[in-house]
Design a binder for this molecule. Structure first.
Ligand code: HEM
Length: 751
């Protein structure tokens, strides 16, 4: 098995797993030995949002090398030190990035790439790298390098590849073996020294946290239970959060794994953190409980400052209503596929949460890359062939480009899809296990699990970069250039800045939308940024949506009267099982079903915590949070606040109809804005960092639930030894608030 360590020791900009098929040319920085910020590392969404029991304990062993608060090795000091122009605003000072990722990197250019040896290519000046060996690059020199692959990138990637010095004359053959051995030795030595540095830093961080255990809280820090609360939090996170709020109020000061933490559940305080001082004071960077991952990279979930602003600006159009509604057909088709293949005409008793996980993975992959079910792809292929026949072989330009495009993409996608699914499943299993064990072992440690995970990420990278390259080439071939494709999509009604997919014959997937997205200056995303955003969307959107569907089904099963009302609404709008399927337009006429979803999200918000870090000393109400304090806002607690919600523990979708009337209903997006109608509803977060996929997730939940209520009824299976309804699924608050399992009896609905 080929394994590769996360590139925590590569020079700035070098990814551990460079795009296969990409020819990248870059300059090794003169300061090549400084720590790298591996842009492919960062927290994945659930970790970003949940101080789970797992991630809390993870603090103890993920051992960030910098401690919050003033001190020689503190985050505070790092922020001060790194306040070079742009450093603070982009939140990309090395210490802060590495701290979050549990990384202390001492970069050595010729290491970290443990895949098959690189193949040299002739460089611009005609020099060729000797035998594909990676000689030590000279700082400041340019290198050209071709990764073993089938395609060549037209990438605008800014990755650095520290191989094959262009200017260096090839050494004599007899020197080559020596060179290889030397570079191997050098690589091992520097890997060992980097690991040693990481361990030293980890030990220093642990020492600081240990010291904090016996120090009093800083002045004006919010009150809270004394001593480290890791164990009580681990034992029962939801109870702990609820009790701490009930005892100490809207802001609770905590010590968790030696980290100073403020738990925020007050409306005004949550608004201050998420909306009013967002970005200015409270940022993602530096938040504790972020174990970091090379999977999600430096995508929207974890970036800050100008990097985040640009990526969000470029990504927003792809999530506008019209763009999201374009995925409605795929959502319904995938649901029907699942119901036909898995549930069958007779139904049965199943863990529907497991089924929803597969379903949302399929939907997300289809939305991201345009993969469909095999059948749908076949249909698409047939349609394409028919259109091609009609269009004639010589058709040119944008109109003809669509069909040939779809044909090549769909032909390639079944293999890509299989590889992606395999790698994603491996990576997600890793996350689940990591959460379940309660210990977050930093990804840079070469444990067996970490190596397997790194291999899965590598496999994903290979496929995703391959698809990005192919899509660029297809767009360029069809339109003359990618920029021309963006113009064509914009002219045909898309924004040209994403969301334009589907128009002018370009595919309507997010890959294409993001690839065509253009900033005001005409620039688009680099391959690496694209890859990171795609992986972020996959991680952020798949599991959360499955959790929502799991809880909604369980609640419908447990409340037959609510289920009957929702099913009646679906039947009234769409007809019975034999009638037409739900569509984005028809679910807009299902306010009751929408209330069911909103109420589900109130009681079981998949993101039961969102985290921020105070980048400087900050006043929060009467309290002062020292720079580096992690702030955890808990939607779970806020959604059950008895001062805001009448009978907060009761599942009552009708409360949303009252709110809709009171608020002058303008669709669920209106109800989500501004931390909800009463300032205490934030299942999708709030402020500038709110969930970009809100519309996508709501649309998916409504369509899937409508499609299944049209055909099936759901019931809790009788508990053992009883003829009445069974037990409601238990929450399993790990990285997200997922159900343990949702075992339901599924029966075909009789009209
Ligand atoms: C029921 C489903 C979902 C829930 C409950 C949910 C919840 C959230 C929450 C609470 C945040 C804010 C995190 C924070 O403030 O730290 C967030 C951010 C985000 N979500 Fe979702 N999400 C869901 C589905 C999706 C989907 C389907 C996608 C994409 C296809 C998505 C993509 C993202 C991204 C990219 C961010 C980061 C936005 C930014 O910081 O600019 N989410 N989500």
């Amino acid at each position: 098995m080929v394994v590769a360590l996360p590139a925590t020791r590569l020079p700035r900009g070098v990814r551990p797993f460079e795009p296969v098929g990409a020819t990248v040319t870059a300059t090794v920085p003169a300061t090549a030995n400084r720590a790298s910020r591996h842009a492919g590392q960062g927290a994945v969404y659930p970790q970003a949002s949940a101080p789970s029991a797992a991630s809390t304990l993870g603090l103890l062993c993920s051992a960030p090398e910098l401690a919050p608060g003033p001190g020689p090795n503190s985050l505070y000091t790092a922020v001060q030190t790194c306040a070079a122009p742009g450093a603070a605003s982009s939140s990309r000072c090395r210490h802060r990035s590495d701290r979050r990722r549990g990384v202390l990197a001492a970069a050595t250019p010729s290491q970290g790439h443990t895949t098959a040896p690189p193949r040299p290519v002739a460089s611009a000046n005609g020099n060729t790298a000797p035998n594909g060996l990676p000689p030590s690059p000279a700082p400041g020199k340019s290198y050209s390098y071709n990764y073993p692959a089938t395609t060549t990138s037209s990438s605008s990637s800014t990755s650095a590849a520290p191989f094959a010095p262009l200017a260096a004359s090839p050494p004599a053959t007899s020197d080559l073996r020596l060179d290889l051995w030397l570079s191997l030795l050098q690589a091992s030595a520097s890997q060992i020294s980097a690991a040693a540095a990481q361990l030293t830093a980890a030990a220093a961080g642990a020492a600081t946290r240990l010291q904090r255990l016996s120090s009093p809280p800083p002045p004006a820090f919010p009150a809270g239970p004394s001593g480290d609360q890791t164990l009580p939090l681990l034992t029962d996170p939801l109870r702990f959060l609820t009790d701490a709020t009930a005892t100490y109020g809207p802001v609770v000061g905590l010590l968790l794994g030696g980290e100073r933490v403020a738990l925020v559940t007050g409306r005004a305080e949550a608004r201050a953190v998420l909306v009013e001082a967002a970005g200015e004071v409270y940022v993602k960077e530096g938040t504790a409980f972020f174990p970091g991952s090379s999977l999600a990279g430096n995508g929207l979930l974890v970036s800050d400052g100008p990097v985040w602003q640009r990526q969000r600006r470029l990504s927003n159009p792809a999530f506008r209503r019209a763009a999201v509604e374009a995925y409605g057909g795929a959502m319904v088709a995938a649901t029907e596929d699942m119901m036909r293949r898995v549930w069958g005409p007779a139904g049965g008793t199943r863990d529907v949460y497991a089924d929803f996980n597969e379903l949302t993975l399929q939907v997300t992959l289809e939305a991201l890359f345009g993969f469909g079910s095999a059948e749908r792809r076949q249909q698409q292929q047939q349609q394409v062939e028919g259109q091609e026949g009609a269009a004639g072989a010589g058709a040119a330009g944008a109109q003809a480009a669509g069909p040939s495009f779809a044909a090549s993409s769909s032909a390639a996608s079944s293999e890509d899809a299989a590889q992606i699914v395999a790698a994603v499943e491996k990576a997600f299993t890793f996350f689940t296990q990591r959460a379940a064990t309660g210990f977050v072992i930093p990804e840079w440690l070469p444990t067996w699990d970490n190596l397997e995970f790194a291999a899965a990420v590598q496999q994903l990278d290979r496929v995703v970069y391959g698809m990005i390259n192919r899509r660029r080439q297809e767009l360029a071939a069809a339109f003359g250039s990618v920029a021309a494709a963006a113009d064509a999509a914009a002219a045909a009604g898309g924004s040209g800045g994403g969301g334009g997919g589907g128009s002018a014959g370009v595919p309507s997937d997010l890959l294409t939308s993001l690839l065509l997205a253009r900033d005001e200056d005409g620039s688009g995303m680099s391959d690496q940024a694209l890859r990171d955003e795609l992986m972020t969307l996959l991680v952020a959107g798949q599991e959360t949506s499955a959790i929502l569907l799991g809880w909604a089904s369980a609640l419908l099963a447990a409340h037959p009267e609510v289920q009957a009302a929702a099913a009646a609404e679906v039947a009234a709008v769409c007809g019975g099982p034999e009638a037409g399927t739900p569509t984005p337009a028809s679910v807009r006429h299902m306010p009751y079903l929408e209330s069911v979803v909103l109420e589900t999200l109130r009681l079981y918000s998949p993101a039961y915590m969102v985290g921020r870090c105070a980048r400087r000393d900050a006043a929060l109400g009467p309290y002062v949070l020292p720079a580096g304090t992690t702030v955890l806002v808990s939607p779970y607690v806020m959604h059950r606040d008895p001062e805001v919600w009448e009978e907060p523990e009761v599942f009552r979708p009708e409360r949303w109809q009252e709110l809709q009337r009171r608020e002058g209903y303008s669709g669920y997006m209106g109800l989500m804005s501004n931390l909800g109608p009463n300032g205490a509803y934030l299942p999708f977060g709030g402020g500038p960092r709110n969930c970009i996929g809100t519309g996508f997730a709501m649309m998916e939940a409504l369509l899937v639930l409508a499609a299944l209520l049209q055909r099936y009824s759901l019931a809790l299976p009788p508990a053992a030894g009883s003829s009445s309804g069974g037990a409601f699924p238990k929450p399993k608050p790990l990285l997200t608030l997922r159900p343990e399992a949702v075992v339901l009896r599924i029966s075909p609905r009789r009209q």
